[in-house]
Each structure stands twice: as structure tokens, then as C-alpha cells.
Write a protein that binds this ligand. Structure first.
Ligand code: C2E
Ligand code: CA
Ligand code: CA
Length: 409
């Protein structure tokens, strides 16, 4: 495979992209399907991709569960990501059995000459990008120079996590969520913190993926759910939102875990909101949808987190299994100065309301920003303007002060 790649690099001119297409956790699906069946399915998948690209690109087997696709005339990462999206759609449109592999797809992208001049370096970059995709539970990742550093860092973190869990170094903090038109606190979002007694060891966007890699995803989700619901109950049923990663959503125990957490704290289903990213729904829409629909029937709310950063199509709105959209903080923070971001936020709010979704803006840091959101008819807001995520006792104090301030006002 490497020799062919070298040959292609020498014979073609212009920028090119290497897409490394892998199936996540190949050992497990091969065991689940049986070796022969798995091999036959993978052969079908590779044939589909040969047909998809026909003469425009070379598609080569790489080991028994990966393919290398070498695309000519790719001028930027955006082009390569679009090609990856076509791969995903092609898999989804195949026979039912092949389509079921879509949720296992991980595609790492490396660009020539940007990420490497030689075949070996380029392949290594694509492998690191695939590892990043796996770690983030996303279908596609593009190599950047931070990939290898961040993988090393999360390996170090992984080693310390188990002990941190046993020592009680991981706790939940809670950030208030405020209704914009009257300033009422309508709930909190549970956010995890790792503090070793002296300092913060790592931030959750780093240690949560590392925990999942170690197979601790379920345990972490259980911790967020039960702590969040316990707090909610102690505050008279204040609604609480809990972040759920794509990997946890796709575990077969997921629905049972949520239901038993609600039973354990004897809480009403509608006090719980599950925050999921668009990616969680895109990876395997049918299955995720069925689970969320089941939970929503009981009254549990679903919120689409980081909205605007994914790559879902507009038709997604027609059948989105959610009650709420959270507009990603990158848009909200920039909105104050950038009129394009402001128009984008206005359009998202209007579209969401058309489909009966509530809209939350995250990352509200200034009064000016809040005023703009109020004018755009945004429903609620979270951000440093109101308060950061706080430990339980600080939150109680904050709630007490904010109530007295409103009563005084
Ligand atoms: P997220 O769910 O999008 O959470 C919002 C992040 O924005 C939080 O970062 C929060 O502290 C931060 N933030 C809040 N207000 C502001 C603001 O006004 N300005 C700015 N610039 N940032 C603000 P945090 O706590 O570091 O969490 C990062 C991400 O880690 C979260 O993003 C979430 O995806 C994940 N995460 C955190 N806790 C958990 C957890 O318990 N379980 C899971 N699965 N993921 C978690
Ligand atoms: Ca969130
Ligand atoms: Ca977010």
C-alpha cells in the first residue's frame, strides 16, 4: 500500500488528500458478526467506495479493517471533509447490513503537501487524525499539528483518571440557566471538574474523552446524572441538564441508566434535560432517534448542544428529536462585534422557533450580548454574565442572592 502511495505521490502533481477510513473497534464487531461475515461485509463496503470514486481516486485496502483513499486536486481541508461526508452517505445508502457499519466509521484526513511530503509521514498523519476522531467519537477528523500532542496528553491523563475517581477528585459544578425576558433561573447545567486538592488537573473537554477511551464513559455519565438529580431534588426540583456523549448515547444500557437514575432520586422526568451534540445524532440517526423518542415520551427533555458547529443538513430540522437548541458559544461571543454572526444567530433562533424548539444561548458574557439576544427573541441564556459553573454550596448561595435581588428589584 505504501509503495502504491509513493508511486501516486510521484506521478501526480498538485495538492492531494489521504483519507484513512477505519471501522471503530474492529475486534468487537468481528467477534459479534463472526469472522467470515465481517470480512464479507468489509469487502462489500470497500467495493461501494471503489464504485463511488471510480476513476477519480484510488481506493486501497489497508489491513483487514481500513481503507486508504487518495484523492487528487484537493485544495483545502473543507474539500476533503466533503469527500468524507460523501463516503458516510454512500455507506448509509448501501444494503442494510453495510449501512449499519456507518456508526463505526472513523475517517482521518491528511493533506499533501501540508501535512507531509512523503507517503510514510502522510499516512502517520492520517492515522493520528483517525485516532482523534475515535477519541472524540466523531466520524471525521482532519490532522493538525496539535493531534499528536493532544493524544500524548490524554494518554497521560488517562493513567491518572482511575485513581482520581476513587479519591473523589471529580465533582460536579453547576452553571445557572436564566430565562431572558424576566431573569428567572430556570435550571442548571452540570459540568464536571477535576481538582486534586491543589489545582485543576485537566478540563472536561480533555478528560471526558480520555475516560471514554478507558471504558469509563458509563461510569462518568452515571456520576453526572445521579449528582445532578440529587442536587435538583434538594433544590425542590430545579431542572438540571446533563451532558451525554455520543458513545454513551449509543451504549445499549443508556435508556435503562437514565430511567434508573430518575427512579433512584424519585424525580419527575421533566426536571431532566439531556444535552447531546449534533454529531451524536448524525452518527446513527435511526437508533439514537428511537432512544430519545422513548425517553421524551416519558417527559425527559433533549437539548442539542453546540448547535451550529456540526454539519447537519437543514432537513434535519424536520424530524429533530429535541425540545431545545443551544447555540454554540463561538457564535454568541463573536455576535457582539460581528454582524454576520449576529445574522446567523437571528436565523437560527427564527428557524428553531418555527419548529417549536426553545433556544438557549451559551457563552453570554456581556450585557450588550444579552440585550441583542433579547431583541432576537432568544428564550434563555447561560454564561459568565450570570455566573460560571459553581460548586454546590456556592450555587445555593448564588441562587439565594439572585432571588433576593429579584424580590428587591
Ligand atoms: P459545553 O457542554 O458546551 O459546556 C459549556 C462550556 O462553556 C463549559 O466549559 C462552561 O464552563 C463554559 N462557559 C460557560 N459560560 C461561559 C461564558 O460565558 N464564556 C465562555 N467562554 N465559556 C463559558 P467546561 O465546563 O470546561 O466544559 C467543556 C465541555 O466539556 C462541555 O462543553 C461539555 O461538552 C464537556 N463536559 C463538561 N462536563 C461534562 C460532563 O459531566 N459530562 C460530559 N459528557 N461532558 C462534560
Ligand atoms: Ca452542554
Ligand atoms: Ca456547548
Amino acid at each position: 500500500m505504501l509503495d502504491e502511495l509513493r508511486g501516486l505521490l510521484n506521478s501526480r502533481s498538485g495538492p492531494q488528500a489521504l483519507l484513512l477510513v477505519e471501522l471503530n473497534d474492529p475486534v468487537r464487531w468481528r467477534e459479534a458478526l463472526g469472522f467470515e461475515r465481517a470480512a464479507a461485509l468489509f469487502e462489500q463496503l470497500s467495493q461501494q467506495l471503489h464504485n463511488l470514486f471510480a476513476a477519480r481516486a484510488s481506493v486501497k485496502r489497508f489491513g483487514d479493517s481500513a481503507l486508504c483513499i487518495f484523492l487528487p486536486k484537493v485544495h483545502n481541508a473543507g474539500h476533503a471533509v466533503l469527500a468524507a461526508e460523501r463516503i458516510r452517505r454512500c455507506v448509509l445508502d448501501s444494503s442494510e447490513e453495510v449501512a449499519a457499519l456507518a456508526r463505526l466509521l472513523r475517517i482521518g484526513i491528511a493533506l499533501h503537501p501540508r501535512d507531509g511530503e512523503t507517503a510514510d509521514v502522510l499516512l502517520r498523519a492520517a492515522q493520528l487524525a483517525t485516532a482523534m476522531a475515535r477519541r472524540r467519537s466523531e466520524v471525521v477528523a482532519v490532522f493538525d499539528s496539535g493531534c499528536s500532542e493532544s493524544l500524548q496528553a490524554s494518554n497521560r491523563i488517562g493513567a491518572a483518571l482511575g485513581a482520581a475517581l476513587d479519591d473523589g477528585q471529580l465533582t460536579l459544578h453547576y452553571q445557572p440557566k436564566v430565562r431572558i425576558n424576566d431573569g428567572t433561573v430556570i435550571g442548571v447545567e452540570a459540568l464536571m471538574r477535576w481538582f486534586d486538592g491543589v489545582a485543576t488537573v485537566a478540563t472536561p473537554d480533555v478528560f471526558i474523552p480520555a475516560a471514554e477511551e478507558l471504558g469509563l464513559g458509563h461510569e462518568f455519565a452515571w456520576m453526572s446524572l445521579t449528582n445532578g438529580l440529587r442536587l435538583s431534588q434538594s433544590l425542590g426540583g430545579l431542572p438540571v441538564a446533563v451532558n451525554i456523549t455520543p458513545a454513551v448515547l449509543h451504549q445499549k444500557e443508556f435508556v435503562e441508566m437514565v430511567e434508573s437514575a430518575l427512579r433512584a432520586w424519585d424525580t419527575r422526568a421533566d426536571t431532566l434535560t439531556l444535552e447531546l451534540t449534533e454529531g451524536a445524532l448524525v452518527a446513527d440517526f435511526a437508533e439514537a432517534r428511537a432512544r430519545l423518542t422513548h425517553l421524551r415520551k416519558q417527559g425527559i427533555r433533549v437539548s442539542i448542544d453546540d448547535f451550529g458547529t456540526g454539519y447537519s443538513s437543514l432537513s434535519y430540522f424536520k424530524s429533530i428529536p429535541a425540545d431545545e437548541l443551544k447555540i454554540d458559544k463561538s457564535f454568541i461571543v463573536r455576535m457582539v462585534e460581528d454582524s454576520a454572526d449576529q445574522r446567523l444567530v437571528a436565523a437560527i433562533i427564527a428557524l428553531a422557533h418555527q419548529f417549536d424548539l426553545k433556544v438557549v444561548a451559551e457563552g453570554v458574557e456581556s450585557r450588550a450580548c444579552l440585550d441583542m439576544l433579547a431583541a432576537l427573541d432568544c428564550d434563555s441564556a447561560q454564561g459568565f454574565l450570570f455566573g460560571p459553573a459553581m460548586a454546590e454550596d456556592r450555587l445555593r448561595h448564588w441562587l439565594w442572592e439572585s432571588r433576593s435581588a429579584r424580590v428587591g428589584a
